[in-house]
Design a protein around this ligand. Structure first.
Ligand SMILES: [Zn+2]
Length: 245
């Protein structure tokens, strides 16, 4: 059941788990992929909110949304506990920031991996261990990342089809970048994206799940998130400081 669900998700979402025996990168340098993702945001010629508004795609049609929701096997859906529901309620400002409130649904699924995924403009799938493991603020950070997938949906699809992992890795970092923007603009702490990502990796390693091929090393990812946080802070500060003529 778990395998077939994961397979269905991986076909739909490209949630590709790497084959066993692969060693995660431990390089201390900011590699090409991270540098390119960073440059992408460094080149923003507008304030972050406006930049995102300009690159935001249209919502999927209701028909496509229902089609995507139908891909979730009903037996894998879980009714969250009261505590889980309170965490989910705290996600509405994140959805609203991306203009996806009362459209994108939040679904809890019974899968042993701690993760979340973006279901084709229709839903964010949050696994049971992820809902349990993360604090409310960490879940907000993870959902901000997942919602960002929609901005690069077409690029992700192309890269997946041609198995261009360096492109997928860069797009995943861009999603981290948008998540940082989201959290900063909402007055939330982007460090929660760092703690959530770390918790996921540690938990999944303990359960024997290898890291996905879709990401740069954890160390590099965390450095990227930190660098993005600093960049947005400097930009916001500059935007609010009157210039002298
Ligand atoms: Zn992602």
């Amino acid at each position: 059941m778990f395998k077939s669900l994961l397979h269905a998700i991986s076909l739909t979402l490209g949630l590709i788990f790497s084959s066993p025996g692969q060693t995660p990168k431990t390089s201390a340098a900011f590699g090409n992929v991270a540098q390119q993702a960073f440059n992408y945001f460094a080149r923003m010629d507008k304030q972050p909110d406006e930049f995102l508004r300009n690159i935001r795609l249209q919502k999927v049609t209701l028909e496509l949304k229902l089609k995507a929701l139908n891909l979730i096997p009903p037996e894998s859906l879980v009714e969250p506990s009261a505590k889980g529901q309170a965490k989910l309620r705290a996600l509405s400002p994140i959805l609203k920031y991306h203009e996806r409130d009362s459209f994108i649904e939040l679904k809890i699924i019974r899968v042993p991996v701690a993760t979340a995924s973006f279901l084709a403009g229709a839903a964010i799938l949050i696994t049971e261990p992820a809902l349990e493991l993360l604090t409310t603020e960490e879940l907000q950070a993870v959902v901000a990342h997942e919602l960002s997938h929609e901005y690069y949906w077409n690029e992700f699809e192309l890269a997946r089809r041609s198995q261009q992992y360096h492109v997928i890795k860069e797009l995943e970092l861009r999603c981290d970048g948008i998540a940082v923007i989201t959290l900063k603009q909402l007055g939330l702490n982007p460090d929660r994206l760092i703690s959530a990502t770390t918790k996921f990796q540690q938990y999944n390693e303990r359960q024997g799940f290898p890291p996905s091929e879709n990401y740069v090393s954890l160390a590099e990812r965390l450095r990227f998130i930190q660098a993005m946080t600093n960049m947005i802070q400097v930009r916001n500060h500059a935007a609010h400081t009157p210039t002298r003529k």
